[in-house]
Ligand binder design. Structure first.
Ligand code: ZN
Length: 211
């Protein structure tokens, strides 16, 4: 028997094993990005210190965020309404579409005040080894939108998959007579737009090159 934890030797490594309900919560926290077992255990014990009301508010907030936030019908960005605030904003230039991998990249570009176009969230990048074929991404919707655009800026990350996806998209859109451009990168190869600063992103948009 143990109080709430015991040290067990598993595959030659000492590991703390907690009571079953605690292990269950630790496993849930570990699903979050950047959270290892130690951090997850710390969070789990922090939850035990909260009042019942606080725990309920915490779990309700998780459920509500998941239930209330959906994908914008036009650009696939996160939205509470059917159409997101960016697509609904009549002051945005709808003829310039910035294509990004995920909603986090939209947030990064929104910090750049110079950009007044709209977005298209692909929902990933083409990666056959991971089973992500073009039909799994919001590419067909993009082609439909591109027909009314003057320029499509492909702002996928500078990774192998990101470049492959950018090439694929440009081959589909260029025949429509629409200008297709790629960001000029100050972002290192293999880097992530999500973590790029405002100045770097601003320059990347300003210096974009036609495909
Ligand atoms: Zn939208």
């Amino acid at each position: 028997q143990f109080v709430y934890a015991r040290n067990v030797l598993s595959a030659g490594v000492h590991k703390m094993e907690y009571l079953a309900p605690l292990e269950k919560l630790i496993e849930q926290f570990r699903k979050l990005p950047g959270i290892g077992r130690k951090s997850a255990a710390r969070m789990t014990f922090a939850v035990l210190d909260l009042s019942d009301e606080e725990v309920k508010a915490f779990s309700d907030a998780i459920l509500e965020a998941k239930r209330q936030v959906r994908r914008c019908r036009i650009c696939h960005n996160f939205s509470v309404e059917e159409i997101c605030p960016i697509c609904a904003d009549s002051t945005r230039d709808r003829t310039i579409i910035c294509v990004v991998e995920d909603a986090k990249a939209v947030l990064a570009f929104e910090k750049v005040r110079g950009f007044r176009g709209v977005y298209h969230v692909l929902g990933g990048v083409i990666s056959p080894i991971n089973g992500i074929t073009p039909d799994k991404l919001a590419i067909n919707d993009l082609i439909v939108r591109a027909k009314d655009a003057s320029e499509v800026i492909v702002a996928t990350n500078p990774t192998v998959e990101g470049e492959t996806t950018a090439m694929y998209i440009s081959k589909l859109i260029k025949p429509l007579g629409v200008r297709v451009s790629r960001l000029a990168y100050g972002i290192p190869v293999g880097g992530d737009i999500e973590y790029a600063d405002e100045v770097t992103l601003d320059r990347a948009i300003e210096g974009r090159k036609e495909f």
